[in-house]
Design a protein around this ligand. Structure first.
Ligand SMILES: [Zn+2]
Ligand SMILES: [Zn+2]
Length: 307
């Protein structure tokens, strides 16, 4: 497994079927697990893929249509029954906290662990989570309910120390952190060693944009400009465009157009309407606009660096 990957746990819209689960994805970055959306059956999908629930500390919910969060109460309850002690933070829309708390109140089963809610603004994009290596921003989507996508962005990585050069120029260990930032090594006013002689270029930084559910919306293009991997919903095909407009969803072709215009490196489409029995038709429609497209499918793990 690479340092940055996206495991599809559910790819269907609306209702679960025998072969498809409602939306959920597990993003892994530097061994940290982030769950995005939690449709019904998500905890079974996590079990199926041997994911340790205790390793999930952050859950991001896009909006309050049931196909994106009806699995959340079950997952939170299972975490409680398993005796979880680790803190858990749920990022989600206004009123999600109330929904969850009503369940706890009437089931008289408050969780054993500390559960935090962060209410997301749907006014403008903002950074909602940050570490020394990563930021997560909201993406404002256009849907029948307030809805946010999520943009996971690795920060610029340090330059890589060249051990042979360090030995050759006799560089002290305490100077290495400055070298990683790109600074030259200054032994004295007349003895300056250029950074490029001592380090190699940083590894690339990757990004992942999750856009579900949404009508076609070019307002997001600048925010997701040159994203490494774009997930965009493609509930419908162009033949059902009327329905897409009415329900504020996108067609496969529209998802591909967003990928093309944002200069994404790769596109995953998902959230398919159950009316389509042959998903290759959606894939082919998207590929007429943007070749590097794949279908979201339960159990597929996309390794962002290899795409
Ligand atoms: Zn949905
Ligand atoms: Zn929806």
């Amino acid at each position: 497994m690479s340092n940055f990957n996206v495991l599809i746990l559910g790819s269907a819209s609306a209702t679960p079927t025998l072969h498809r689960n409602p939306t959920s994805q597990l993003v892994t970055i530097n061994q940290q697990l982030y769950l995005i959306d939690c449709g019904e059956g998500t905890q079974l999908q996590l079990r199926k893929h041997n994911v340790n629930f205790n390793r999930i500390h952050h859950i991001f919910i896009s909006h309050l249509h049931g196909d994106h969060y009806l699995g959340l109460i079950g997952l939170l309850q299972t975490m409680h029954l398993l005796g979880r002690e680790n803190e858990l933070t749920v990022f989600g829309p206004k009123n999600l906290k109330e929904i969850i708390e009503v369940h706890f109140k009437y089931s008289k089963s408050y969780p054993s662990y500390s559960l935090n809610f962060v209410e997301l603004s749907t006014e403008s994009p903002s950074i909602i989570y940050e570490t020394d290596k990563l930021t997560v921003e909201t993406i404002i989507l256009t849907h029948r309910l307030p809805c946010t996508g999520f943009l996971f962005k690795e920060k610029a990585k340090p330059r890589r120390i060249n051990p042979q050069a360090i030995a050759q120029y006799n560089i002290p260990i305490h100077a290495l952190n400055k070298l990683k930032l790109g600074l030259d090594f200054i032994r004295s006013e007349h003895d300056i060693i250029k950074n490029k002689l001592l380090t190699d270029d940083s590894l690339p930084s990757y990004s992942y944009a999750y856009c579900s559910d949404t009508a076609y919306n070019e307002a997001i293009l600048s925010q997701i400009d040159r994203v490494s991997l774009l997930y965009h919903e493609a509930t419908f095909m162009e033949i059902d465009k009327d329905r897409a407009i009415k329900t504020k969803h996108s067609t496969a072709k529209e998802a591909a157009t967003i990928a093309l215009k944002s200069k994404a490196n790769y596109l995953i489409i998902g959230h398919f309407s159950n009316r389509y029995k042959h998903l290759d038709e959606l894939l082919n429609e998207a590929k007429t606009v943007f070749k590097k497209t794949e279908l979201a499918s339960e159990g597929i793990c996309f390794e962002v660096a290899k795409m």
